[in-house]
Structure formats: C-alpha cells, structure tokens
Design a protein. Sequence first.
Length: 291
Amino acid sequence: MGPIKASEKKKHVTVLTATDHKEQGNKCFAQRRYAEALACYTKAININPNVATYYTNRSLCHLKLKQWQLACQDCRMGLELDPCLVKAHFFTGQALLELKQFDEAIASLMRASDLAREQQLNFGDDITGLLRIARKHKWMTAEEKCIREERELKSCLTKLLEDEKARQKDNALARGDIKDLEEELQKLDILYEEKLDQLNSLFHKLDEKRKKREVPDILCGKISFELMRDPVITPSGITYDRRDIDEHLQRVGHFDPVTRMHLTQDQLVPNLAMKEVIDNYLEENPWAEDY
C-alpha cells in the first residue's frame, strides 16, 4: 500500500461550524474553563457574526473573568441583533453594577425584568435579586456622599465657632478696661462650649437616624422592587404590591411571576400582617416613603 496523498488527507479534515464551536464553548464553560470557552465563542462569532446568543455566551465568560467592559461590549453587539434579548440586558446590568454605574445598571436590569415577564421566561429571583442589590448600592453611595458632606459641614461650622470665640476673646483683651477679665473669658469658654455641644448633638441625631436608613428586602415588592403599599398574597404564598400584580395580570398574563402558576385577580388576598409591619416601619422611618 503506497503513501497517502495530500489530496486524500484533506478529505479527512473536519471543518467545524459555528454551532460546533458554540457547543465546545458550552462544554468548556460547564467545566469552568472560561478562557477556553471564550475562545470557542469567538470562533463561532467569526464564522457567523449574526447570532445574538453567541455574544451573550461570550459576555458571560467575560463576567466570570471579571472583564466588565468587554462584557458590556458583547452585550451591546448582541442587542444590536436582538433588542429584546433578556440575557443581554441582564448581563449588562451585572457588568455595570461591578463598574459602579448604578443608574445604568438599574435601567438594564429593569428592562431585563420587564422583557422576562413579557416573554414568560422564568429567571427565578436572579434578575430581581440583582436589581435589589443595585438599588441598595445606589442608595449606599448616595448615603456615603451625604455623610462626607455632613462631616465637611460640621468641620466648617466647628471652625467658625472656634474663630468667633477667639475673636470675642481678642476683643475683650483689646478693650482692657473690663473688670474681672478672667471671669469674662471663662464665660466665653462656657458659651461656645455649649454651642459646640449643640452642634455635636445635632449631627449625632442625624447619624442615629441614618443607621436605620435601609428598607428590608422583605418589605419590597418583587415586581417594582419598591416599598409595598398594598400587599396581597397569592395561593403560592408570594406577596406582591397589589398595583404591580394587577398590572402584571392584565398586561402579561394570568400567572404568578415567580412560581409561574395560574393566577387571577380574585385569588389575591390582602396580606394584613405584612401591611401592619409596613405601616409600623413607615411610622418609625418616615424617610422610607421616598425609598
């Protein structure tokens, strides 16, 4: 038997399709070999750049490798092909959250949540849970900024008081005709010590109120992610704000958004226990009205 010709060798070469590379990528990803999976999805994209899910698959690899900007870039490319691709909005929200772009992250996650409901896709609490985290981070960032500004204000006011006390003492010393000068200076010390105590007391009260400024997740609706005003419970045991669940049933379909079980408006029962908890919470934390 003679040697195999080059032309015959070429017949045995298997040409992988975009789908083949995608499947290889899926296997690598399942084995947590994210860099290899990313390379496979890139090959799939090079062969067929018009499949939106190839970009979201690669975006998820970028997320696992903490390459946030690249994850966003792939999601944008996927959304150009399919603007209603839930995972693209979801992964964008994850990446933007890591980049501390909280407003943009919340917008992407809200869009993902809305599309998931419209398409009747069940993501469990993945999207809603991340949205709560994004909102919490946004709130905490605003709080940290407020704290810094209050500390700067306190420092400025304290310095103004100290400067005014020094000026008053200088004036008393300059007049030189005050009887019992020492007593006068002591009175100034006492007066400005009292003013300083009042200032410290004011800012201490602000700090005490701030310690409570976090709405527990259990009081927030699973659709709007805002503090519930009229909580109702479904046969599945899930509590929603009535306005949100009514809108869902009318616009999306007659099913529970979390459990996917059949649900109609007449099955909703006021959650009186939760309503009492919310009312008590608002009474003690009036700031939460704007949460």
